[in-house]
Unconditional design. Structure first.
Length: 556
């Protein structure tokens, strides 16, 4: 606002009420400055002048100046200072308004002023083309206690307008909770599909048990979406004695209806559906099985016995066995430890993996003696999974026990040992690996080299270099590839010598390592080796040369 306008209004504030009001009215009738007129209307509200003689003058001003910003202030002024007469006038003028914000403000003011007497007017505004106006009217009707407001709101569901949907449902639910439930029940038999599909949702949100029988009828509806919404609604209403109605829905032909039924049965936590849900664990649909598993978890978590799960876990259906085993883990059943360890010996990989993951959850990072004992079991599968568990837990006290299995007769066990050892303290593992390089047992030496390779520590360089002279071709090859990762190798001579080995794997590893190291002293020996009989070796040598220096041909 300009300084002159500021000074003008400051002067008005010092006048007596009559003079101030007259002055402000003259601004509204004579001024062409919109900002000044808006400020004048705002000051008139503060003076709260209610002289009926001025009411006509204000109406004339309102009718003659249609600027939205001024009209908003005039609406507030007429409604606040002239109460009933002002509101009645504004209601009459509503149909002539064009600006949505003006109409919205008028409805809000009327709602605050006298909502109960204005219900018919607000109902009329529901037909307004402006969605914001509609939402305001819908919200106000929901706050009322008038039964007449409910039916027009329900009828609006016919239009399926997504922008007003939330406000519409909220208001209908509020009115339903205020004792207007019977009117909503009447719409259960409506022929309007758009209205009918929302009734279950509305009744569910109201949560009155009187709606239970009505909802049971909706379970037979041909529309699967209505059946699904009905099941969700019954979650809050259904009595446990009537769960049979939901159990029947587990056979519904629509998959989404079935899924919703499973979810609701789990949330109800009644034990009656256990048998039905266990049957669902046999199905091939992973999502359906997961829903059934989660539902069973909610039902069984307060139980002290999980005998039904053990029965299923020992059954013939692998899907059900797997999910039942997972449930034992989810329920952290400590009584299942022996059973899960024995399950490691299953011939079915998915069953073994389920038991492994379940046992990790049951143990919760605490070592059980039975896991340690499993390291010496006659079954290689049990030894392998017990090693994996000890690696996952990483308890320092089990490091040496795990390391002893690096020479296990079974390759899968040895491989698991290597993975498990990487979870323990790196320095301790490296020291054990270095000591094991002196072993006469090739299995132990190979495991030691692989550990040094995986740790990738510079402290391992000298030990790995010594492995380049090992009699075992695999040890030589692995050591060469591992050393290639380090840029600060003191001498590349051992790798040059490997280029002359008879075994193709050694020559390949040597070439790859020299390329990784990047020492230009390797260029000439690599060029000399380009005549190798093996095409793969020649390609690896060329790759190495390009890595060291893309212009290596200048050395020819």
């Amino acid at each position: 606002m300009s300084n002159s306008n500021n000074q003008f209004f400051e002067q008005i504030k010092t006048m007596n009420q009559v003079n101030a009001v007259n002055k402000l009215l003259s601004v509204l009738t004579e001024s062409k400055d919109l900002e000044k007129k808006v400020q004048a209307a705002e000051l008139l509200i503060q003076f709260d002048d209610d002289k009926s003689s001025r009411f006509q003058e204000l109406k004339n001003i309102f009718l003659s100046d249609k600027h939205p910003q001024l009209r908003l202030k005039l609406i507030e002024l007429l409604a606040q200072c002239y109460r009933k007469d002002g509101i009645d006038f504004l209601k009459e003028q509503y149909k002539y308004f064009r600006d949505g914000s003006v109409k919205k403000t008028l409805i809000e003011i009327i709602g605050r002023s006298n909502l109960s007497e204005s219900i018919p007017f607000i109902i009329e505004t529901l037909s307004d083309a402006n969605d914001d106006v509609k939402k305001t009217a819908i919200s106000l009707l929901g706050k009322s206690d008038e039964k007449e407001a409910l039916e027009p709101l329900i009828e609006m569901l016919h239009f399926r307008n997504p922008s007003i949907y939330d406000q519409l449902i909220d208001s209908i639910v509020k009115l339903g909770k205020k004792g207007n439930l019977n009117k909503i029940h009447e719409y259960a038999n409506t022929h309007d599909p758009n209205i009918k599909r929302e009734i279950p949702n509305i009744l569910g949100r109201i949560g009155n048990k009187e709606s239970e029988e009505i909802l049971f009828n909706f379970l037979k509806d041909r529309n699967s979406n209505i059946r699904k919404k009905t099941i969700k609604a019954l979650e809050k209403i259904i009595g446990l004695r009537n769960i049979r109605f939901l159990l029947e829905m587990l056979n519904d032909p629509d998959l989404e209806v079935k899924k919703e039924t499973i979810r609701v049965l789990g949330n109800l936590e009644s034990k009656r559906p256990i048998k039905n849900l266990l049957e669902i664990l046999k199905e091939n649909d992973v999502k359906v099985r997961n829903l059934a598993k989660n539902a069973l978890y909610k039902i069984l978590r307060k139980s002290n016995s999980y005998g039904v799960l053990y029965e299923v876990s020992k059954g013939r259906n692998n899907n059900a066995r797997k999910e039942a085993i997972k449930l034992l883990g989810m329920l952290k059943d400590t009584n299942s430890i022996d059973f899960l360890i024995k399950t490691f010996d299953s011939s079915v990989a998915s069953i073994r993996n389920a038991a492994y993951k379940a046992l990790l959850k049951v143990l919760n990072n605490i070592i059980d003696k039975r896991i340690v004992d499993g390291l010496s079991d006659k079954s290689w599968r049990i030894r392998m999974y017990c090693v994996k568990i000890l690696g996952d837990v990483g308890d320092p006290s089990t490091l040496n026990m795990v390391f002893k299995l690096v020479n296990d007769e079974n390759g899968s066990v040895r491989k698991s040992v290597i993975y498990a050892l990487t979870s323990f303290d790196t320095n301790k593992v490296i020291n054990l690996a270095k000591e094991s390089l002196e072993s006469s047992n090739w299995k132990i030496r190979r495991a030691a080299v692989e550990l040094l390779v995986r740790t990738g520590s510079k402290d391992s360089i000298n030990s790995l270099v010594s492995c380049l002279n090992d009699d075992d071709v695999y040890i030589k090859s692995w050591a060469a590839m591992a050393l290639g990762k380090f840029k600060d190798i003191d001498s590349i001579e051992p790798f040059i010598e490997l280029l002359k080995e008879n075994d193709d794997k050694l020559r390949l590893s040597a070439a790859k390592a020299l390329g990784e190291i990047g020492n230009k002293d390797a260029i000439k020996p690599l060029i000399l080796a380009l005549g190798d009989d093996n095409w793969d070796v020649r390609r690896e040598i060329e790759n190495a040369l390009n890595q060291i220096d893309p212009k290596w041909m200048n050395y020819l």
